[in-house]
Design a protein around this ligand. Structure first.
Ligand code: NZQ
Ligand code: ZN
Length: 391
C-alpha cells in the first residue's frame, strides 16, 4: 500500500432489528426543533413514520416536516427545504428513507446557513462549507448508496441537466445512522436489485484502479464474495433476514471511505450513470448496471491484470490453460450472468434514453483520471452506444 492518508469516520451506527430503540437517546444530544425529512410515503406504509413520530414526541421535540424528497433529489427541492429550515430555525435534521432522502438532508444541513448559492459553492466550485452545519442523523430504509455513513450528497439540477455529487467533509456525515434490515423488506424487487448493483458498482469503482498490492483490494474481494452470496439468496427469498442484513452491512462498508484509503479510485461508471440519470431520472443503480459491462469491456486490456484477478478471486474462474485475456473476459461474462440472474437493466434504451440524446449525455460526463484508461467524450459515446444496442 503506497498512499498517505488519514482516516476518521464519525458516524455512529446502530445495527439490527432493535436499532430504532436507540433513537431516543441520540435525539437528547441535539436541539429541540427537529426537521423530519422523508420521501414519497413508503415510511408511512411500513409503519415507521408513526414509530418515529412517537419517539420524537416522547423526546419532547418540536417537529417540523419536509416531505416529498424524490428519488434523485433536485436543486429546486433543496431550495424549498432551506426555506422551511430557515423559517423555523431548525436545530437538527432527522432523515428517514433511502439514499435520496439522506443525501438531500446532508446537502440541506450544509446549505441552510450557506452565504452563497449552494449549487455554485458545492456543485460547481466544489468548495467545502464555511458556515454553520445543522447536524443530521438518519434511519435507513433502502440499501445501496452507503449515504448513511459518508459525506456524499448527489443533487440533480434539472435546468442544467446535471447530476453531481459533492463529497462533504466529516462535519456533514450523519451523526448517527440506524440500520434495521427489516425496513428494507418492503422494497420492490426492482429497487432491491438496483441497490445491490449500486453496492457492487461502488466496490468495482474502487477496486479497478491502481497497480500496487493493497489491503483494500483484499477487503473488497471479501465484500464482493459476500454480496454475491447474499444477493442470490435475497433474490429468491427477499425476506431472508440474514441475507438482507449482510447486504445492508456490505453497502455501508463499500462506501464509508475505508476501502478507498491508500489507493486511487475510478468512479467513471458513476460519472456516466449519473448523466444518464440527469437526462432520464432513471433509478441510480440501473443507470450503473446499464453501462458497466460495456465500460469494463472497453478498458479490459488497460487493466488486464486486475480483471484477471477479479475473475479468479471474485467469480472463481479456473485459470488453467487460459490466456490472461480469456480469464479476464470470462470474469466479465460471469458478472454479466450474475446481473442477468438479478434481472438488472442492461441497456440505457430501457431507461428511456433515445439515440439522439447520446451525444449530449456523453459530452456532459466528467472524464475521471483514476481508472485504468482515461476516457474522452468519444469513448463515452461508444460505451453508451454499446449499451443502447444491447439486446
Ligand atoms: O420516496 P419513498 O416513498 O420513500 O420511496 C422510495 C423511492 O421511490 C423507495 N423506498 C425507499 N425505502 C423503501 C422504499 N420503498 C418501499 N420500502 C422501503 N423500505 O425506493 C425508491 C428509491 O429510493 P432512493 O432513496 O432514491 O434510492 P437510493 O437509496 O438508491 O438513493 C439514490 C440516490 O442516492 C445517490 C443517487 O445518485 C441517487 O440520487 N447516491 C448517493 C451516494 C452517496 N451518498 O454516497 C452514492 C451513490 O453512488 C449515489 O450516487
Ligand atoms: Zn452509486
Amino acid at each position: 500500500m503506497l498512499g498517505n492518508f488519514s482516516y476518521c469516520n464519525p458516524t455512529k451506527l446502530y445495527f439490527g432489528d432493535e436499532s430504532l430503540s436507540y433513537l431516543k437517546d441520540e435525539l437528547k444530544k441535539y436541539g429541540n426543533k427537529v426537521l423530519l425529512v422523508y420521501g414519497g410515503g413508503s415510511i408511512k406504509k411500513i409503519g415507521l413514520y408513526d414509530e418515529v413520530i412517537n419517539i420524537l414526541k416522547q423526546a419532547n421535540k418540536e417537529i417540523f416536516f419536509d416531505s416529498g424528497v424524490m428519488p434523485n433529489p433536485t436543486l429546486e427541492k433543496l431550495y424549498e427545504g432551506i426555506k422551511i429550515a430557515k423559517d423555523n430555525n431548525i436545530d437538527f435534521i432527522l432523515a428517514v428513507g433511502g439514499g435520496s432522502v439522506i443525501d438531500y438532508s446532508k446537502a440541506l444541513s450544509a446549505s441552510i446557513h450557506c452565504k452563497e448559492d449552494p449549487w455554485k459553492r458545492y456543485y460547481e466550485k466544489m468548495l467545502e462549507p464555511d458556515c454553520k452545519i445543522v447536524p443530521m442523523g438518519c434511519v435507513l430504509t433502502m440499501v445501496g448508496t452507503g449515504s448513511e455513513m459518508n459525506g456524499g450528497a448527489v443533487i440533480t439540477n434539472t435546468d442544467k441537466k446535471l447530476k453531481i455529487g459533492h463529497v462533504f467533509n466529516e462535519e456533514v456525515f450523519p451523526k448517527f445512522a440506524i440500520l434495521n434490515p427489516k425496513y428494507t423488506y418492503s422494497l420492490p424487487h426492482y429497487q432491491m436489485v438496483a441497490g445491490i448493483f449500486d453496492i457492487f458498482s461502488h466496490i468495482m469503482e474502487q477496486y479497478f484502479s491502481d497497480f500496487d498490492d493493497n489491503t483494500s483490494d483484499y477487503i473488497m474481494e471479501g465484500l464482493m464474495n459476500s454480496l454475491i452470496n447474499s444477493s442470490l439468496i435475497a433474490n429468491k427469498d427477499p425476506l431472508n433476514y440474514e441475507a438482507r442484513s449482510n447486504i445492508m452491512w456490505i453497502a455501508t462498508w463499500a462506501l464509508n471511505t475505508l476501502v478507498a484509503k491508500g489507493k486511487t479510485t475510478d468512479w467513471q461508471v458513476h460519472m456516466i450513470g449519473q448523466q444518464v440519470g440527469a437526462f432520464t431520472n432513471a433509478t441510480h443503480g440501473m443507470t450503473l448496471s446499464a453501462v458497466s459491462i460495456p465500460y469494463y469491456r472497453y478498458i479490459l486490456k488497460d487493466g488486464l491484470f486486475k480483471f484477471k484477478r477479479f475473475a479468479i478471486n471474485v467469480f472463481k474462474v479456473d485459470p488453467k490453460n487460459k490466456s490472461d485475456e480469456e480469464i479476464a473476459n470470462e470474469g466479465l461474462n460471469c458478472l454479466l450472468d450474475y446481473m442477468k440472474t438479478l434481472n438488472l437493466v442492461l441497456s440505457i434504451k430501457d431507461l428511456g434514453v433515445k439515440e439522439d440524446m447520446i451525444d449530449d449525455i456523453a459530452n456532459s460526463c466528467f472524464c475521471n483520471q483514476g481508472g485504468y484508461k482515461t476516457l474522452n467524450h468519444d469513448d463515452i459515446k461508444k460505451i453508451l452506444l454499446e449499451s443502447y444496442n444491447q439486446e
